[in-house]
Write a protein that binds this ligand. Structure first.
Ligand code: SAM
Length: 227
């Protein structure tokens, strides 16, 4: 059940995250530590009914999605993309891309996700990795809450369903036209933005879970959305 007091609700979510995940690293991002669902954590097998009992939406934040892993790897290996710049990690999930940007020397990192569990997970994961990330649950697609001074927008695995892809694509394109650097990490999802403005930058082989992705290896690409 959700609490009405925001501070107590954040504590309740933090407890849930600690109890339901393990601190681990992925093969592609050995330098980052994240609270994630693994085969040995109860969350891996949790049914929707169990999650509903705990007032929890599907736990996207408890997995390091292949698109986000590729984007985080790219940012860590090419720090000039973010160094000294103001960065937004859109749809942050566990916050892995935001954390990579902070590690790579971003001046300021904001992470947003409409799921309050993702916001708390991102803050916890940032402190686990000893970096500072601001995280909030505003829906920047629907309202005007994007700070004008954001210079780089990073979006990991955001085209995972049709409704989200059709909302996010025009928004990302508008941000690119407004002069922001927009990078997308994607493992070949069916709803990925297509078009001549999508410039491939890099490809990564990402070990993933068969249970989650239906394969043990995913090839994920990093694209720049050109203005
Ligand atoms: C597949 S997960 C990717 C998470 C993370 N970027 C990664 O790569 O691991 C997609 C995320 O999009 C978030 N999301 C869905 N709609 C959103 C919106 N309108 N604004 C921000 N985040 C949203 C979900 O809550 C979820 O955490």
């Amino acid at each position: 059940m959700a609490e009405t007091d925001p501070a107590r609700e954040a504590e309740r979510i933090a407890r849930f995250i600690t109890e339901q995940t393990a601190v681990t690293s992925t093969a592609l991002l050995p330098e980052l530590r994240l609270h994630l669902a693994t085969e040995i954590t109860p969350l891996w097998q949790a049914s929707e009914a169990y999650l509903a009992q705990h007032g929890a939406p599907p736990p996207f934040w408890a997995f390091a999605w292949a698109g986000g892993q590729a984007l985080a790897r790219h940012v860590l290996d090419h720090p000039a993309i973010v160094a000294g710049r103001r960065v937004l990690d859109f749809a942050c999930g566990s916050g892995l891309v935001a954390i990579a940007a902070a590690r790579a020397g971003a001046l300021r990192v904001r992470a947003t996700d409409v799921d309050p569990f993702a916001v708390v997970a991102t803050l916890r994961n940032a402190s686990l990795n000893e970096v500072v990330v601001d995280a909030d649950a505003s829906d920047v697609l629907s309202n005007d809450t994007l700070d004008d001074d954001v210079e780089v927008i990073l979006a990991g695995d955001v085209c995972y369903e049709h409704a989200m892809a059709t909302r996010v694509t025009p928004w990302l394109r508008a941000q690119a036209r407004a002069g922001k650097t927009v990078l997308v990490g994607d493992p070949g999802r069916a709803y990925l933005v297509t078009g001549a403005d999508l410039e491939p930058l890099a490809r990564y082989e990402v070990p993933v879970s068969d249970d989650v992705e239906g394969a043990s290896l995913s090839v994920a690409s990093v694209f720049r959305l050109r203005a």
